[in-house]
Structures are given as C-alpha cells and as structure tokens.
Design a protein around this ligand. Structure first.
Ligand code: H2B
Length: 96
C-alpha cells in the first residue's frame, strides 16, 4: 500500500505541481481548474476519470459550469501519497 508522504517529500512534490496546494484542515492537496466553458470542463473530467480508473486512484471533485475543484488524498493511507502526486501530474497534463 502507498505510504503517506513525509512533510519534506510532499513539499518537494508540490513544488513540481503548478496550481496544487495543501488543503486546509485535512491531509490532502487541491487545485481549482477553470476552463473556457462547460464542454471543456466536462471533457477534462472525462479524460481525467479514465486516467483515474486506469490508476485505480480516484479524485474528490466538484464541477460548477466551467470550474472543476479537485481534492486528492489516498483514503486507504489517510493522507497524501505518491498516487495523489501522480494523479495531480496527469490532471495537469490533461488540462494542458
Ligand atoms: N482512490 C483514492 N483517492 N484513495 C484510495 O484510497 C483509493 C482510491 N483506493 N481508489 C482504491 C480505489 C481502493 O479502494 C481499491 C480497492 O483499489
């Protein structure tokens, strides 16, 4: 099972993930993506969902029109692991 990242490893990982920050009040990272319109936002969610399913690692997210708020945490580990970092990286690549 993936292990929670130590503070230093997590800080370093966030440094390489534009737009991602620590979520206040819990062990998670988050990013708010804003797209051109709903179609672009939902296209992103569709592609990200396929990537997440392939990784067997799933986001918490909320979509309002062209905005997608994403929170990543590894529930099995009770916090942020390398799996969250990998999914965050994939989402940044998908968003372009
Ligand atoms: N996604 C996330 N974000 N955290 C998990 O701990 C997790 C998951 N566990 N997706 C996976 C599925 C697990 O429940 C299955 C059985 O592999």
């Amino acid at each position: 099972m993936a292990e929670r990242l130590a503070a230093e490893a997590r800080k370093q990982a966030l440094g390489g993930l534009p737009g991602w920050t620590d979520v206040k009040g819990r062990d998670a990272i988050g990013k708010t993506f804003v797209f051109k319109d709903f179609n672009a936002a939902f296209g992103f969610m569709t592609r990200a969902a396929l990537a997440a399913e392939k990784m067997d690692h799933h986001p918490e997210w909320r979509n309002v029109y062209k905005t997608v708020e994403v929170v990543l945490s590894t529930h099995d580990a009770g916090g942020v692991t390398a799996l969250d970092v990998a999914l965050a990286k994939a989402m940044n690549a998908i968003a372009g």
